[in-house]
Design a binder for this molecule. Structure first.
Ligand SMILES: [Zn+2]
Length: 381
């Protein structure tokens, strides 16, 4: 299925087998950058490294067999289906002995990796989801308006309004005062056309909700149209496209994705900047892996901020689910902690379970100097 919502990730996280490990595979399948042959080769390499990992892990024969079957199944799927697969990324989660198999098509390429763990490795999914906003792209001119929804790299035409407003007074036949009157008439007509577009946009917003609005129109219409937008929409207007209603959806999509990427970078810079100033004035923020995990365990975290692809092994208390960098015993219940392949992945999952936001920052950023991880807190104890 296509990755579209946080709910899907939460559902995926719910699966946990008491007796067997789950295999998670992430594959970059971006055919705009790689040939089919290269993709096939990376599958082979990934599966080979998976088998090598498996040889080194100490566990029961049965557990190993289940993982080995996961690898066979994934290999078979890739050899059959990848040549006609048209998404930039693929994620597969499998626990063969429990008949668990989930597949996600991804709109942007993940880092190639294979992981065996207690449950599905979902952090890259959450990062990809976090990368994408629900966008409305509106292109308009005096003849028509097109409203598109853009999400997870796909574009959908929601509405096409056509209203042929004449562009100018016809040559000849009009005396000066009459042509003035006609011009006024045209201006009113155009104003009504714009008002209708603004109203339709707001109606669609109420139905579909979106984060950002992008507008594409001639410069001379911007100042006429923008004031007609509802305040909710004005606050979501994030940028201008170099696209017109006559442009193809592909062009509008390409322009919009470019703008989204730029805005995303600005947003990330802004959040890191806000975190650092909060840290420096000793406010409701913390940084560094150890302190972040401690705050997360205590339920103080409001927004978790991590560097994309930053990973570190760690430990978890099987009883309290508390996360640690290196505690061998849980300070709270004294139970022996268990090792984790990637404690940051668990931290993101824990944050999501506690209804906190998780923000993933593309490196390099100033967060690197603060231990690559931090959080805004609800309160501080
Ligand atoms: Zn404990």
């Amino acid at each position: 299925m296509k990755l579209l919502s946080r709910e899907q990730i939460e559902n995926l996280s719910k699966f946990k087998s008491e007796s067997f490990l789950t295999t998670s595979l992430y594959l970059d399948t971006d055919k705009s950058r790689m040939t089919k042959k290269e993709i096939t080769l990376s599958v082979k390499n990934l599966l080979r490294s998976g088998r090598a990992q498996l040889d080194l892990i100490e566990m029961s024969k049965e557990k190993k067999e289940s993982i080995s079957q996961d690898l066979d199944k994934i290999g078979l799927f890739c050899s059959k289906r990848l040549s006609s697969y048209n998404f930039a990324g693929l994620a597969i989660f499998s626990c063969n002995r429990e008949n668990f198999w989930e597949l996600f098509s991804l709109p942007s390429p993940p880092r190639n990796r294979i992981i065996f763990d207690q449950n599905s490795y979902v952090r890259p999914l959450s990062a990809i989801l976090d990368e994408h906003h629900r966008i409305f792209a509106l292109t308009l001119d005096r003849r028509e308006a097109k409203l598109y929804e853009i999400f997870m790299g796909e574009i959908l035409l929601l509405e096409n309004l056509i209203e042929d407003v004449p562009s100018k007074v016809k040559e000849g036949g009009w005396k000066g005062y009459e042509s003035k009157r006609i011009e006024r008439h045209i201006a009113t007509h155009l104003h009504e056309h714009f008002k209708k577009i603004a109203r339709t946009t707001f109606d669609l917003f109420k139905k579909n909700q979106f984060d950002w609005l992008f507008l594409g129109c001639r410069e001379r219409y911007c100042s006429d149209f923008e004031p007609l937008l509802h305040p909710y929409l004005k606050s979501r207007l994030k940028g201008w496209l170099k696209a017109m209603p006559s442009d193809s959806p592909t062009t509008v999509l390409k322009e919009s994705l470019g703008l989204e990427k730029k805005l995303k970078k600005q947003e990330e810079d802004e959040i890191v900047h806000r975190l650092i100033s909060e840290l420096e004035r000793g406010g409701l923020a913390i940084s560094g892996l150890k302190r972040t995990l401690r705050s997360l365990n205590k339920g103080e975290v409001q927004t978790l901020i991590t560097t994309r692809n930053f990973s570190k092994p760690g430990r978890i208390c099987p009883r309290c689910r508390f996360l640690f960098v290196d505690e061998l015993r849980c300070p709270s219940c004294q139970k022996r902690t268990e090792p984790l392949v990637d404690v940051i992945d668990e931290a993101v999952e824990a944050a999501m379970e506690k209804n906190c936001q998780a923000k993933h920052i593309m490196p390099p950023s100033k967060l690197d100097r603060y231990g690559k991880i931090g959080a805004f807190l609800r309160y501080k104890t």
